[in-house]
Design a protein around this ligand. Structure first.
Ligand code: ADP
Ligand code: MG
Length: 252
């Protein structure tokens, strides 16, 4: 049986002590669909992404990937990190600050996870790393160490690393906001190419023009809630809530 949605997020909540940072966040993503998550700083966007793959376990709600519950067993108990690893591998995540291993080659950075989590052989993982690095236009850099690359190149390595997991879903958390302006384009180009392949993604971004171009739908988050959502162009051209109007005005 195939679930209608690739990802279903239902009443997701997250509190740190008495501080509630996510409140009843619900949305669903179809196969091949791309959602952009926008909103002011501190509104809960990163927390939401990190909750989806249980990097930061939610304190309420459910997350289903292809109808299977992430992070919890049938009896509701939290899974151990070991049990979670194969589920997490189905969700590739790209962070604002690349998080590459500085002492490893670019190739080894990309090859590590498939060997550790999916039991791919060293030779096969190395071949896979080359393939994924070629996909992000970094074939000549496979044997470099990350420090010798520009920020844009390092972020593309991080994207290749996420792709090497063979994920069903990609999560991007402001993938270009740590980059010098002249390096943003090369990263956005790669993400656009992945979108063109019909990959499902949730993308947190401040690049509104990019969100308009790439996303099918946009969710606007404010103060831990989804305040407004809709088809990308509708939402951006005809914002309804005062908060979204104010937010969009603040960007221009
Ligand atoms: P955004 O990504 O939209 O800027 P975040 O998800 O990073 O927002 O943060 C949402 C809120 O959660 C903020 O108020 C932030 O201070 C708080 N927060 C995030 N991580 C933690 C943490 N580990 N402990 C306590 N509060 C946190
Ligand atoms: Mg954030």
């Amino acid at each position: 049986m195939t679930a209608e949605f690739l990802l279903e997020v239902t009443d997701l909540g997250k509190s740190y002590g008495h501080h509630t940072v996510l409140k009843n966040v619900s949305f669903a993503l179809r196969r091949g669909e791309r959602i952009a998550l926008i909103g002011p700083s501190g509104s809960g966007k990163s927390t939401c992404l990190r909750a989806i793959n249980y990097l930061d376990p939610p304190t309420a709600g459910d997350i289903l990937l292809e109808g299977r519950r992430i992070g919890r067993r049938k009896n509701g108990r939290r899974m151990s990190d070991l049990e979670l690893a194969p589920q997490r591998a189905e969700i590739g995540m790209v962070f604002q600050h690349f998080h590459l291993w500085p002492h490893l080659s670019v190739r080894a950075n990309v090859a590590l996870q498939p060997q550790k989590v999916r039991g791919v052989s060293r030779v096969e993982a190395s071949r896979l790393a080359e393939e994924m690095l070629a996909k992000v236009h970094l074939a000549p850099k496979v044997d470099e160490v990350p420090q010798r690359l520009s920020g844009g190149q390092q972020q593309r390595v991080a994207i290749a690393r996420a792709l090497a997991q063979k994920p069903k879903l990609l999560l991007f958390d402001e993938p270009t906001s740590a980059l010098d302006p002249e390096l943003v384009g090369e990263v956005l180009t790669v993400i656009k190419e992945l979108a063109g392949e019909g990959r499902a993604m949730v993308l947190v971004t401040h690049e509104i023009a990019f969100a308009r171009e790439v996303a099918d739908r946009i969710l606007f988050m404010d103060d831990g809630r989804i305040v407004e959502q809709g088809p990308a162009k509708d939402l951006l051209d005809h914002p309804q809530s005062p908060r979204l109007k104010q937010f969009l005005a603040s960007l221009s």
